[in-house]
Write a protein that binds this ligand. Structure first.
Ligand SMILES: NC(=O)c1ccc[n+]([C@@H]2O[C@H](COP(=O)([O-])OP(=O)(O)OC[C@H]3O[C@@H](n4cnc5c(N)ncnc54)[C@H](OP(=O)(O)O)[C@@H]3O)[C@@H](O)[C@H]2O)c1
Length: 309
């Protein structure tokens, strides 16, 4: 996502492709994109499609529909009407240079379209061989159950990290019960958990962290204090704060898949080495003491904060 959207200027196309191909070389098999992550000629999907084309059959590509930026509204618009789902699927297939989308997620619930209709529309695409698996992003327990009863949901993707623990109370128990996988997005707390963090007004004007509530005022100061303690603990273990954050997520369950984002080959290598991190029960207890409830401040400004039903 950060290659083309939300984190200020991205890398050149050449550099972006080089990072994606390096990920493949290092054994990464799951790549995550969306219609939303810049549209038109700068589509993130097109970058992903070009980069992965030489080894398409060795990787899985997940993309998302139903959440677009509407320049006329100056805001995001949700559209999960079946005709739009099909339109997005056809565009995604073209951008991704593929004949099948491995995981097709509803990016956000659409208050105007019952999830049963969404599940039915994706089910038709699966029957036609254009999509392999159906996913939901930012859905609550009842929505997950209703969708799953109509067409099997393979995976739910929602923000989950040391800083964001909201899914632990209802969403994770629901997916565990139903045998659905869980993909943890923004597992590095949008970069805060790497400890390479600065005050909101020092980010590029197109970087969403300028308005992210966790970067504001007293909440920023409290979060900075927590990350400084986590960084010291990681240092004592001989790992980086990013590796600690990813190692913690990997310790939460076999069915939890963190998808860290980076535009840098060095950071990619650092993040992937987290797969080798092993945290003891004592380590996990110490981490819990430092961040018992996650970050201070909401994970989205109120108009973008998803409501789970
Ligand atoms: N379903 C949804 O609604 C949704 C929402 C958000 C994200 N996502 C998905 O989740 C993926 C990851 O989320 P994300 O990119 O928002 O957040 P993230 O992975 O938590 O953090 C990304 C940020 O951390 C920085 N970073 C990464 N590794 C680092 C390291 N080792 N040291 C220092 N800084 C590091 C990146 O900067 P550089 O790029 O400059 O390295 C970037 O600013 C996205 O690519 C997207 O596919 C889904």
């Amino acid at each position: 996502m950060g290659m083309t959207a939300f984190y200020g200027p991205g890398p050149s196309r050449e550099d972006g492709i080089a990072v994606l191909r390096r990920a493949h070389e290092l054994g990464v098999t799951l790549f995550d994109t969306a219609e939303l992550y810049n549209q038109g000629t700068d589509a993130n999907e097109a970058l992903v499609g070009e980069a992965l084309a030489p080894f398409r059959d060795q990787v899985q590509i997940a993309t998302k529909f139903g959440n677009v930026y509407d320049a006329n509204l100056g805001a995001n618009r949700y559209d999960s009407r079946p005709a739009n789902i099909r339109r997005v699927a056809e565009n995604s297939l073209r951008h991704l240079r593929t004949d099948v989308i491995d995981v097709f997620y509803q990016h956000r619930p659409d208050p105007d379209v019952p999830v049963e209709e969404v599940a039915g529309a994706v089910g038709e695409l699966v029957a036609e061989g254009k999509v392999r698996f159906f996913g939901l992003s930012e859905s609550g327990p009842q929505t997950i159950r209703r969708a799953h009863a109509t067409f099997p949901v393979s995976v739910v993707q929602t923000e989950y990290s040391l800083f964001e623990r909201g899914v632990e109370s209802d969403v994770l128990p629901t997916v565990h019960e139903l045998g659905i996988g869980f993909v943890a997005y923004s597992p590095l707390g949008r970069g805060f958990l790497t400890s390479e963090v600065k005050p909101a007004d020092e980010y590029d004007e197109n970087d969403m962290r300028r308005v992210d509530p966790r970067w504001q005022g007293e909440d920023f100061a409290n979060n900075k204090q927590a990350i400084d303690q986590l960084a010291a603990f990681a240092g004592a273990k001989g790992i980086t704060p990013a590796q600690l954050a990813l190692g913690w997520l990997l310790a939460q369950g076999e069915d939890i898949v963190p998808i860290p984002g980076t535009r840098s080959r060095t950071r990619l290598e650092e993040n992937l080495a987290a797969a080798e991190v092993s945290l003891t029960a004592e380590d996990l207890a110490r981490i819990h003491d430092i961040v018992p409830h996650g970050a201070h401040g909401s994970r989205y400004v109120s108009e973008h904060l998803p409501v789970w039903e």
